[in-house]
Design a binder for this molecule. Sequence first.
Ligand code: AMP
Length: 278
Amino acid sequence: MRLVKKARHVKKIVAQARKKGKIIGFVPTMGYLHEGHLSLIRIARRRAQFTVVSIFVNPTQFGPQEDLQRYPRDLRKDTILLKNEGVDLVFYPDRTEMYPEGYSTYVEVQDLSTILCGLSRPGHFRGVTTVVLKLFNIVQPDIAVFGRKDFQQAVIIKRMVKDFDLNIKIVTGKIIREKDGLAMSSRNTYLLEKERKNATVLYESLLWAKKAYAGGVRDPHWVTNKMRDMIENRGGKVDYVEAVDKNTLKPVKHLYRGTVIVLAAYFGKTRLIDNIVL
Ligand code: AMP
């Protein structure tokens, strides 16, 4: 496994692999890796012969009041995990490699970026699409894998790939959860013991919604209001709970198969997201 910090080195190494006829798979991450990340890497490894993982805590996707400085990092542990997974190349750029002085170009997927998480995190998805497009241009993968945990992000990336005619197949991986159902996230480490216990209500409420749907409930507001109550009763502060179409992310008028229930809530200062597909 190679660990490189420079984009030009990535380009060179990947070009050599491609010359040998290898399919290039790519998994972008912000590091502090857990089983959720590793599951995506395994998907990439199954579909490609040369797997690239990037680790970059991207400053442009953090708001001024957000946790950029505090975001957990552990490159040593990450590289051991990636080596064990059989990753070929790790791209670990520093900030100036990605955003040198004078950097001024940004990509924005309109509409999809200003709803749900985009409402409480203005500019977040603009940062995500900008860094992902840059990473795509550096790595030039055939396949890139994203987690369905960040459902809105995956929809936005697919839109960007389509709109910009990028020759990259976007594959998504299912949400990997802790034993008690909490979706794995690097940010879970922020949770105090009590918050961590209460946070399981997120998945519990999603499972409850799925059951209600299976039992014949079709009113999205009835379901999401009840979910809000469930979450707030356990000390969570709801940012949003919505039933949306899986392609447009627009609120649905009645629940149907394939509707996604998406949510974001704070436990203490930590903002968590989760979702389920009906
Ligand atoms: P991050 O490092 O948080 O930016 O995440 C990198 C990639 O891993 C994104 O595509 C996320 O959607 C994905 N991911 C994060 N947590 C999970 C999880 N629990 N299950 C599946 N994928 C995940």
